[in-house]
Design a protein around this ligand. Structure first.
Ligand SMILES: [Zn+2]
Ligand SMILES: [Zn+2]
Length: 173
């Protein structure tokens, strides 16, 4: 049972709710992430992404071997990686910015550094926000269609749109 290894997990019903309102192609990782992840980042586990599954597997081995304690793991799940790599000295090549960077800049299984990945996510969100603003502009003369359109969209995205609009209004004031 993965829940026993972790401090914060969602109950069955809360988890169901999260997945009901998940962004497109995503579901909730109920392990260490406690966040939405893309469906292709999950393997056989329904509620645990591959990365967390890997961490939990390492934790189970290290708990059995008594190289870590349950409390240590709960406090800092990344402790399992301290035992298998020397973070200080390892470099990894980022396929986006095309530089060798310290491994602490990477999530365990990725070849793209965290700053690059964050930039990509930001760009994607901005793109979808622009699309939405464009659609709203087209639909605003038909409130019924507009309402349907907004209802179809995930709330997080709509909230971001609202915030963006608010910020732009502030700038103009
Ligand atoms: Zn996860
Ligand atoms: Zn990079």
């Amino acid at each position: 049972m993965y829940r026993q290894l972790l401090n914060n997990t969602l109950s069955r019903s809360k988890l169901k709710n999260k997945n009901r309102y998940s962004p497109e192609n995503s579901k909730w990782c109920n392990a260490i992430c406690q966040d939405y992840k893309l469906i292709n980042e999950f393997s056989k586990d329904k509620h645990i992404c591959k990365e967390c599954r890997n961490t939990l597997n390492l934790a189970e081995t290290q708990l059995t071997n008594k190289t870590i304690t349950l409390e240590q793991f709960k406090e800092n799940p990344n402790i399992v990686y301290n035992n298998i790599l020397d973070i200080e000295n390892k470099l990894r090549y980022c396929t986006i910015c095309k530089t060798d960077k310290n491994i602490s800049n990477f999530e365990k299984t990725r070849n793209q550094c965290i700053p690059c990945r964050q930039q990509i996510t930001k760009d994607k969100v901005n793109d979808s926000i622009n699309d939405i603003l464009h659609d709203i502009e087209l639909l605003k003369s038909n409130l019924f269609k507009l309402k349907n359109y907004l209802e179809k969209h995930n709330r997080t995205v709509i909230t971001k749109v609202i915030r963006l609009v608010e910020n732009q209004m502030k700038l103009k004031m």
